[in-house]
Design a protein around this ligand. Sequence first.
Ligand code: NDP
Length: 515
Amino acid sequence: MTDTLSSAQPSADLPTATVHDAEQLESLSPITGDVVGRYPVADAEAVADAIARAREAADWWAALDFGRRKAVLDQWRGVLARRMAQLADVVHRETGKPHADAQLEIGLAVDHLAWAAGHAKKVLGPHRVSAGLLMANQAATVEYLPRGVIGVIGPWNYPVFTPMGSIAYALAAGNAVVFKPSELTPGVGQWLADSLAEVVPDGRPLLQCVHGRGEVGDALCRSGVDKLAFTGSTATGRKVMAACAETLTPVLIEAGGKDAMLVADDADVSAAADAAAWGAFSNAGQTCVGIERVYVHESVADEFVRELTSRTAGLSAAGDVGSAYGPMTLPGQVDVVRRHVTDAVERGGRAVVGGVEAVGEAYVQPTVLVDVPEDSSAVTEETFGPTVVVNRVASMDEAVSRANGTGYGLGGSVFSKAQGMTLARAMRSGMVAVNGVISFAGIPALPFGGVGSSGFGRIHGADGLREFASPKAIARQRVRPLMNLTSFGRTPAMDKNFATVIAALHGRATQFRKR
Ligand code: NDP
């Protein structure tokens, strides 16, 4: 199906774009502009066919017990781990990111797959809960059943790690998946689907890809899937939600952020600067939980900027093996980065590293902006590029208030020896790393997702498994009730007894006292 051509020498001047015609999606290298794969574009009928095939596979998969599902997913995990270099090549070709970074995201995804498969039974399997005193004659059980077919719409920035946060957990919960990869990274999605098919008995289509642009994502939203998991921009997230609303299809939205790092006066400033550099510049800043803003206490601000500057000095973006990070994967993103940096500088901010001239055609060199007005677009909008704003604050209360000042609320980072947990709790976000950066994403047991414009719902962890399952509540009568209150045979004496029991059980709870 794919037609992979060899890569030519890297060139910063070549445009990177994905070209379409009626039937084929061409995947291009953002480094060379070469075509690295061709994939058939799915129309609405092809999406419907994929859903029909997925339904059959889902019925078979849901009927297996947790152990047999785990056995299949463990085999897949082995394939992914053994062929990590091969998959990393595909990621490198389609996104331009360094091979080692591709390997990092694949390794973390494999670890998540292991956790999801290994914990599904414990999290989702039947378990007894207390029926309570009033219903003591009942046995109460809750279990989480597969939803059926899950639609996944993925981004290009982490084309393995991010969609696998939905795919691995949805499969472990007993669902089949139909996946629309980003039009920039179809080869990565297809590689994942093909590798799973190798280990599923009879090649059942547990994971299928439908390729194409936004229209295909839209068709998937309207296809009658049992849940839709989306990762991408907030603007597209709104469209996805509106399309899904028409069929009352539940959605999970992971929609990016404007994550902040807080650096307190008792922080290990050197470690904070190191983490800020990684959080801001790795993957060319194209990270939904990347650090885009730093609020640093004024007493350590100069030292922090010095440390960050010196760490940034040795970093550069290029298409070769030794570069810190690669090109911008999405060509249009360069214009967003240029607009934000220009706005910051024109409004009084200073570029202590990089600046407007650091924004090239395909590559953006690291840029550190300081003292940027808080209403500048570099502070308020998602930049998704290798730039970071560092603003000084007089107190950590001010740092928290500024960090919480955007509509986003995805992740965040805090550096402090004594106040780490307090500051982490005060941040309005779904996740925070204390004395680290992005560490929460690598811990499979922790739920991943945001609040506000960053979306809702969770991938990863027990919450991530439950996200792709329906709770089923069962109340089983163990013995006859002393008083059958849900019967027309109920007597006035029973009503009186019931009132007495309720008063005894709850009447003294938080009594209101007149002063
Ligand atoms: P989009 O939000 O446009 O795309 C994300 C996914 O949704 C892609 O697979 C895309 O397909 C698909 N899609 C597009 N339109 C529709 C639609 N109407 N219905 C259903 N699915 C649709 O992100 P972009 O890739 O264009 O990036 C734009 C911005 O989004 C970035 O600048 C960044 O700010 C943010 N972003 C955030 C990410 C995150 O991790 N939170 C990841 C990627 C981007 P296709 O690619 O084929 O158009």
